[in-house]
Every structure is written in structure tokens, then in C-alpha cells.
Design a binder for this molecule. Structure first.
Ligand code: FAD
Length: 438
């Protein structure tokens, strides 16, 4: 026997975007009955938990700058004023750039827009970098291997001091705890949405309705735990959005790509320890989140583990998937050993002979312009397409979901900045193309 319950809003997906949305919706609509559900047994266990959990306001598009800069400031507020520990550490971001990359039109636009938006950044020369990071190899002059591998020599460093890393589980806990303080309904886990229910409005109770000539909308969700009805469904299912949207004819315009992270401990290796505790960039006395000029390889410091997380934003050659499959969650040791490690150890020879002690994989949910989507369509508010940077935009996106729900023209972001509530929509999209994607 299937049960049926009714709510005002159902938020499907309790990742970073779902919990932030649920919190702002409940905070600003205190009388509404909001149900938050996820098919996993706890919040934030899917791609949110798989992320490198780095946050940066250094984006090429002013839209992403706004979404991230205001979210990061909110995270600082949570940690410093609300005293909820997010392990937010301002390590900074360091983009190592070749001469050509630094002088490219893209980089000029990127730096110009950051200047206009008041995003702090500093340029380091090759000599300055070499002095600060003695373990960085900036000379590939007589290195045939480096040439064969198409590695570009480091010429500049573009550093953002207001960027850093945090603990995404703590961030999810923050929104969830705040949501629970104001909500009327307990979040439910282990609830799998099998389909979105589309019904005629008004219902005429004709056999086989809704017909094409009827008005229709999504009126609820069919799950493994019964049917839940609501006026509005917020779909925050990230890399799985197409699974529920396709069958009802909503084109999410997003697709996913596998991304992996590998853990390297510095252990007793002096060179790696010196690299990890590089001085001069931040108050923590550690190496920033660092992006290499070639092959999409990057790493972040992990101070609690005294090590590094190594990732790679490879592009051509890595398949897009329409819906994320379980296979995407399986990391490949050979990917580190044959693809990332050779690049990493050329730029940072102290990584020579390192092996990953831990690894995991997940999927980015890409939009065509690498800017997230937030839009309403027939009773569903969709929030996705964060394109590999959803943690760092979570606060702004949660506020936009709420503004859209309330029919506000603008969403007020943390710190008072505003954005048109429909700017991230599919129809009235008002965004600029993102170029600084990792
Ligand atoms: C390797 C890697 C590194 C990354 N690094 C960073 C980074 O440094 N910084 C950053 O900001 N971002 C990073 N990201 C991206 C970031 O993880 C995502 O943008 C973010 O987690 C998206 O949040 P979400 O809530 O949309 O997705 P998710 O956390 O995936 O949440 C979606 C939820 O929906 C649930 N769900 C799906 N389908 C259903 C259904 N039918 N019924 C019920 N529940 C359902 C899932 O169980 C899941 O909990 C990285 C991602 C990966 C994979």
C-alpha cells in the first residue's frame, strides 16, 4: 500500500546545493512545510563529499565572481561570527602560468574583470616564485621529456589571497542544522525519487490525462517510500538531474564528467614537507592550492593529513556522460601513475616516486557556459550545472532558489550585493562565458 503526504515544497537532493536551498527557503518562508529528501543515508555524501573542497573568487566571468565571492564571505561569517567550524583555511590559489598563457587575451579579460569586481590578486614573476618555492622547477630548457610531454615552462604566478579550502561536510552540517532549527518537517534519507509526477491543472479526471491541450505541472514525486505531493519541487540532484527531468521533457542542458582525487602524504620526505609548509603566501605558512600550466593538473594542501590532494581537470579525450553512473565513482590508480604523476613530478620533482595512499572519484555537472543554472519550469525549480565549483557557490545559489520561489525580481546575496533572480535561468539567462575552469 503506498502512502501519500502533502507538503508546500519538496527539496530533492541534500548535497551542498540542496541543503543551502532548503535553509533559505525555510528561513524566508517560515510558514511553509518543506521536506528535504535524499536517496543516500545522510546529507552531502555524493559529489559534495568527493570534492577538493576548494573555494575561489578568481573566475573569468563576473557572474561566477559574484556567486563565489559572496558565498566565500558568508563562509567566513559562519566560521568567525557564528562560530561554526568549517575548517576554512585561506591558503590562497596560485595559478602557475606560461608566458603565452599570461599574455593571452583570456588572461587579460580575466584579470581585467577581477580588477573591476574588486577581487584581490597579485602577480608573481618566475624569479619570485623560484625564491618562494625552491622545489618548483621553472626550467625545462634541456628537458626532452618535458618537450615530449608538451609541458609549458612556468613564467608567472597569479595568486588570489582570498581563496582557500574548507570541509564540505561541515558546510553541509551548517545549512542542515540551521534548516532543522526553523523547519516543521524532519529531513528524510534513504528516499529515492523514481519520477516527478506530472498532472493536469485543473484535473478533469479523464482517463489517460494530462492531454496536450491541458495545463499541467509537476505536483509531486513518486519515491520508494510513497508519494509526496507539493506545490513546488526543488530539484538539486546535480549530476543525476537528467534522470528525472528527461522523462517529463525538461532539457537540463547539463552533462557530467568524471573527476578524481589522489592523496599523497608528505610523510618524512623533507622535500615534500618543505613544499607543504611553503612560507610567504598566507598566514598558515603553507603552499596555496596550485594549478600547473599544463595538462590540467592541480593540487591542494591538506594540512590535517600533512599532505596533498592531487586532481586533474582533463578535457579532450575524457567522455561526457549524460547521467552519472556508478562507474564514474571508481578512481583509476593508473590515471594518477601514468597521466598526472609524470606532469606533477616534472614541475615539483619532490613528488618523485610518490604513490597515492587514498583516492576517490565523482562527477562534475557541466553547463554549456560553465555558469550554474537556477530556473523554474512547470512547478520544478532546478539548481545545477555548477561545473565543478558548486561548493564555493552554494550560498549564493541557495539564496537565488529562494528568491525565485518567492517571485522576487532580485536575490540578495551575502554582504548586500544583488543578482537578478532569473539571471541563471535557461530563457532569460544574463551571464558571461566562464573561461577560468579547472
Ligand atoms: C573530484 C571533484 C572535485 C571537486 N572539487 C571542487 C572544489 O574544489 N570546489 C567546489 O566548489 N566544487 C568542487 N567540485 C564540485 C562540487 O562537488 C559540486 O559542484 C557540488 O558538490 C554540487 O553539489 P550538489 O548538491 O549539486 O550535488 P551532490 O552533492 O551530488 O548532491 C546531489 C544529491 O542528490 C541526490 N539524488 C540524486 N538523485 C536522486 C534521486 N533520484 N532521489 C533522491 N536523491 C537523489 C544524491 O544522492 C546527492 O546527495 C568537485 C567535484 C568533484 C567530483
Amino acid at each position: 500500500m503506498s502512502t501519500e503526504e502533502t507538503f508546500d515544497i519538496i527539496v530533492v537532493g541534500a548535497g551542498a546545493l540542496g541543503v543551502a536551498s532548503a535553509f533559505y527557503l525555510q528561513k524566508n518562508n517560515p510558514d511553509k512545510k518543506i521536506l528535504l529528501i535524499d536517496r543516500l543515508l545522510a546529507a552531502g555524501q555524493a559529489n559534495t563529499a568527493m570534492s577538493a573542497a576548494a573555494v575561489r573568487n578568481m573566475f573569468g566571468s563576473s557572474t561566477n565572481q559574484l556567486l563565489t565571492d559572496t558565498s566565500i564571505k558568508y563562509f567566513e561569517h559562519v566560521q568567525n561570527d557564528l562560530k561554526h567550524e568549517l575548517y576554512f583555511e585561506k591558503t590562497g590559489y596560485l595559478w602557475l602560468l606560461s608566458e603565452e598563457q599570461y599574455n593571452s587575451e583570456n588572461a587579460k579579460v580575466w584579470m581585467g574583470r577581477m580588477k573591476d569586481s574588486g577581487i584581490q590578486f597579485k602577480v608573481y614573476t618566475k624569479d619570485e616564485l623560484k625564491e618562494m618555492i625552491p622545489g618548483l622547477n621553472v626550467d625545462f630548457a634541456n628537458d626532452e621529456e618535458a618537450e615530449l610531454m608538451n609541458l609549458k615552462e612556468v613564467a608567472y604566478g597569479l595568486f588570489g589571497p582570498d581563496c582557500g579550502v574548507l570541509d564540505p561536510t561541515r558546510l553541509v552540517e551548517h545549512y542542515l542544522e540551521e534548516f532543522k532549527k526553523v523547519s516543521h518537517v524532519k529531513p528524510r534519507f534513504g528516499v529515492n525519487v523514481e519520477k516527478l509526477i506530472v498532472e493536469a491543472v485543473p484535473k478533469l479526471d479523464l482517463p489517460g490525462e494530462p492531454y496536450v491541450w491541458q495545463n499541467k505541472r509537476v505536483t509531486g514525486v513518486k519515491t520508494n517510500k510513497g508519494i509526496f505531493k507539493a506545490e513546488t519541487i526543488v530539484l538539486a540532484t546535480g549530476a543525476w538531474a537528467n534522470e528525472l527531468l528527461d522523462p517529463i521533457g525538461i532539457d537540463s542542458q547539463t552533462k557530467t564528467k568524471k573527476r578524481q582525487l589522489f592523496v599523497i602524504h608528505a610523510g618524512e620526505r623533507e622535500g615534500l614537507r618543505n613544499l607543504l609548509y611553503t612560507k610567504g603566501f598566507n598566514d598558515l605558512g603553507c603552499i596555496p592550492f596550485t594549478i600547473l600550466p599544463s595538462a590540467g593538473v592541480y593540487f591542494r594542501p591538506q594540512l590535517q593529513e600533512k599532505g596533498f590532494w592531487i586532481g586533474c581537470g582533463d578535457k579532450f579525450g575524457r567522455a561526457y556522460k549524460y547521467i552519472m553512473s556508478d562507474e564514474e565513482m571508481v578512481p583509476e590508480t593508473s590515471y594518477y601513475e601514468n597521466s598526472m604523476y609524470p606532469v606533477l613530478s616534472k614541475y615539483f620533482p619532490d613528488f618523485k616516486d610518490t604513490r597515492a595512499t587514498n583516492m576517490w572519484a565523482g562527477g562534475y555537472c557541466y553547463s554549456p557556459d560553465r555558469i550554474p543554472f537556477v530556473y523554474e519550469d512547470h512547478g520544478v525549480i532546478v539548481v545545477n550545472g555548477a561545473s565543478g565549483s558548486g561548493i564555493m557557490k552554494a550560498d549564493a545559489l541557495g539564496r537565488i532558489v529562494d528568491a525565485l520561489y518567492r517571485g522576487e525580481e532580485e536575490a540578495q546575496l551575502y554582504g548586500g550585493k544583488r543578482i537578478n533572480a532569473k539571471a541563471l535561468g535557461q530563457k532569460d539567462r544574463k551571464v558571461d562565458l566562464e573561461t577560468a575552469v579547472i
